[in-house]
Design a protein around this ligand. Structure first.
Ligand code: F6P
Length: 551
C-alpha cells in the first residue's frame, strides 16, 4: 500500500512557500550570476540531454523540492510499484506496465507468480503474427496480402498506438494504418471509404471489450465486412482482438486463437507496451518494437536506481513547483517534430486521466491543486498560433520542448531551421525583451519619437517564462520508448507527492452511466413508447428538440 502523506504538512512544503515568495531574481539574472548554471541544471543520460536550467530555480529551491520528494517517500512508492504491490488500491490491482517492457527478464512477481513467462509468450505470439502479416505469409480470405490495418479502440486502446505509429512513420512498412475511435459514424465511414475488405486486417482493441464506442464500431465494421465478403468464415482471417476479456471476445465472434491477451495489472493508458501495441509492431516490425520496449526499460532502470533524483522525478518536482507554488494551471508540451504531432494528445490521457483527482489516498478532499491541464501542438506550427499567449499573455505556463539532433531525413536545411526555432523559443520565453531593448530596436528602425512612445509598450516581453528542453541525439523506436516512459514516471511521481491514486479513473464513469438512460429514452421514443425517466429541465429540452428534428 502507498503511504498516505499530506504534502502540505511537510517541512519542505513550508520552505517552498517561503522560497516562492522570496524569489527576486529572474531566470535571466540567475544565468548572469552563475556561468555554470546550464551545467548544474542539466542531465546527460543514455543519448538524451535534459536541460532544466531555464527554470525559476536555484540550488536551494532544488534542495527543497528534493526534500519534498523525500518527505513524501517517493522512493518507497516507486519500490512498491516495481514490487507488484496492489498500489491501484481503489481497483485492488498491481500496476505493472513496467513488466511488459522488462527486457532484463528479471522475475516480476504478483501473488508469488512470475509474470514474465506470460508476458514473453504474448510478445512471441505478437511477433509471429506481425511477421506473418508483414511478410505476406498470412493472407486475407481471398488470398490477397493485407494492405490496410484498421485498429478499432478508444482511450488507451487507441491514443498510444496512434501516437506511436505516427511517431515512427519514417520506419514503417508499406501497409497503411487507420485508427477508428469515435462513436461518431463519420470516423468509421470515412475510414471504410479508403480500404478494401479483402485487403484489410481489423484489430478490435479493448481491455474490457465492453466499451460502447469500440463495440459499436466493431459491430458496424463486421457488418460492412460481411456485406463485401459474404462469408462468415472470412471473419477469422480478417478480425483479431486484443483484450483481457476472452468471454466477450468469443461472444463477439472472434476465435480466441485470434486473440492477444493482456492483464488487469496493465492500465489502459499505460498499455501500448502490451498487445495493445500490435498495430505498432505491425507497422515497424517486431525488432523495432522490442527497441521501443528497451528504451522504456532503460528509463525504468534509471528510475529504480536514481529514484527521486531521476529525470522523471526532476520533471515531476518542477511541475509541482509551478502548479502548487505559482498557481500555474496548465503545462504545455511542444515537440519540435511533426512525427510527434499526436504526442500531446496521448499525454493528455496519460496525465489528466491519472492525476485529474481531487480525493487524497486517505479518502478526504485535497486542499491543493493536483494534475495540470496538459496541452500542446508541434513546433513550429504552434508558433504561428498560440505562442503569442505564451510570450505576452497573462498566464504562467511551464513548457517542455522536445527535439532530436540528427535529422530523420536527408534535408539538413529543414532540420537546422526546426532546431533553430526550438532553441529560439525557449530562449525568448526566458529572456523576454526589456523596455530598453524594445526602445533601441524601434529607434534603429527610424521611427518618429511619438511613434516610439505609442508602440513601445506592445513590443515589450516580460520573459521569465520557464521551460525544459528534452533533446535526443537521434530519433527512433528506442528514443520514443524513453520519451513515453519519462512522462509515465513523472506522472506517477507527481501522484505520489499529491497523495492521490494515479491509476484509477472513476471520473470517466458518471458520463457513461448517464448516457445509458438517455439512449434508452431515445430508443423508446423511436419505438413510440412512453417516456419513463425524468431528466433535468435542460436535458429534457435538448432531448425533445433532438427528437423533434429527428422525426
Ligand atoms: O473511459 C476511460 C477508459 O476506461 C480508459 O481508461 C481506457 O483507456 C478506455 O476507456 C478504453 O477502455 P477499453 O480498452 O476497455 O475499451
Amino acid at each position: 500500500m502507498l503511504k498516505k502523506i499530506d504534502p502540505t504538512k511537510t517541512n519542505a512544503w513550508a520552505s517552498l512557500h517561503e522560497l516562492a515568495g522570496e524569489q527576486a531574481q529572474t531566470i535571466k539574472e540567475l544565468f548572469k550570476a552563475d556561468r555554470s548554471r546550464a551545467k548544474q541544471f542539466s542531465v546527460e543520460w543514455d543519448g538524451l540531454f535534459f536541460d532544466y536550467s531555464k527554470h525559476r530555480i536555484d540550488e536551494e529551491i532544488m534542495d527543497a523540492l528534493m526534500d519534498l520528494a523525500k518527505e513524501c517517500e517517493v522512493n518507497d512508492g516507486i519500490e512498491r510499484m516495481f514490487k507488484g504491490e496492489a498500489i491501484n488500491e481503489t481497483e485492488d490491482r498491481a500496476v505493472l506496465h513496467v513488466a511488459l517492457r522488462n527486457r532484463s527478464n528479471r522475475k516480476t512477481l504478483v501473488g508469488g507468480v512470475d509474470l514474465m513467462p506470460e508476458v514473453n509468450e504474448v510478445l512471441d505470439q505478437m511477433a509471429r503474427f506481425s511477421t506473418s502479416v508483414r511478410e505476406g505469409d498470412r493472407l486475407g480470405a481471398t488470398g490477397k496480402r493485407f494492405k490496410h490495418v484498421v485498429n478499432i479502440g478508444i482511450g488507451g486502446s487507441d491514443l498510444g498506438p496512434v501516437m506511436a505509429v505516427e511517431a515512427l512513420k519514417a520506419f514503417q512498412c508499406n501497409m497503411r494504418f487507420h485508427f477508428v475511435s469515435n462513436v461518431d459514424e463519420a470516423h468509421l465511414v470515412e475510414t471504410l471509404k479508403q480500404i478494401k475488405a479483402e485487403e484489410t486486417l481489423f484489430i478490435i482493441a479493448s481491455k474490457t471489450f465492453t466499451t460502447q464506442e469500440t463495440m459499436t464500431n466493431a459491430q458496424s465494421a463486421r457488418e460492412w465486412f460481411l456485406q463485401q465478403i459474404e462469408d462468415e468464415e472470412a471473419i477469422a482471417k480478417h478480425f483479431v482482438a486484443v483484450s483481457t476479456n476472452e468471454a466477450a471476445v468469443t461472444a463477439f465472434g472472434i476465435d480466441p486463437g485470434n486473440m492477444f491477451r493482456f492483464w488487469d495489472w496493465v492500465g489502459g493508458r499505460y498499455s501500448l507496451w502490451s498487445a495493445i501495441g500490435l498495430p505498432i509492431m505491425l507497422a515497424i516490425g517486431d525488432q523495432a518494437f522490442f527497441k521501443l520496449l528497451e528504451g522504456a526499460h532503460a528509463v525504468d532502470e534509471h528510475v529504480k536506481v536514481k529514484g527521486s533524483q531521476s529525470i522523471p522525478s526532476i520533471m515531476a518536482l518542477l511541475g509541482i513547483w509551478y502548479n502548487n507554488f505559482f498557481e500555474a494551471e496548465s503545462h504545455a508540451v511542444l515537440p519540435y517534430s511533426q512525427y510527434l504531432s499526436r504526442f500531446p494528445a496521448y499525454l493528455q490521457q496519460a496525465d489528466m486521466e491519472s492525476n485529474g483527482k481531487s480525493m487524497t489516498r486517505a479518502g478526504v478532499p485535497v486542499r491543493y491543486s493536483t494534475g495540470p491541464i496538459v496541452w500542446g501542438e508541434p513546433g513550429t506550427n504552434g508558433q504561428h498560433a498560440f505562442y503569442q499567449l505564451l510570450h505576452q499573455g497573462t498566464k504562467l505556463i511551464p513548457v517542455d520542448f522536445i527535439a532530436y539532433i540528427k535529422p530523420v531525413h536527408g534535408n539538413g536545411d529543414h532540420h537546422q531551421k526546426l532546431l533553430a526555432n526550438f532553441l529560439a523559443q525557449s530562449q525568448a520565453l526566458m529572456q523576454g525583451k526589456s523596455v530598453k531593448e524594445a526602445e533601441k530596436e524601434l529607434r534603429n528602425e527610424g521611427l518618429k519619437e511619438e511613434e516610439v512612445v505609442k508602440i513601445l509598450p506592445f513590443k515589450v516581453f516580460e520573459g521569465n517564462n520557464p521551460s525544459s528542453s528534452i533533446l535526443f541525439d537521434e530519433w527512433g523506436a528506442y528514443q520514443l520508448g524513453q520519451l513515453i516512459a519519462l512522462y509515465e514516471h513523472k506522472i506517477f511521481i507527481q501522484g505520489l507527492i499529491w497523495n492521490i491514486y494515479s491509476f484509477d479513473q472513476w471520473g470517466v464513469e458518471l458520463g457513461k452511466q448517464l448516457a445509458a438512460p438517455i439512449l434508452d429514452e431515445m430508443t423508446a421514443k423511436r419505438n413510440g413508447s412512453a417516456s419513463s425517466v425524468r431528466f433535468d429541465g435542460s436535458t429534457t429540452e435538448l432531448l425533445s428538440r433532438i427528437q423533434r428534428k429527428l422525426k
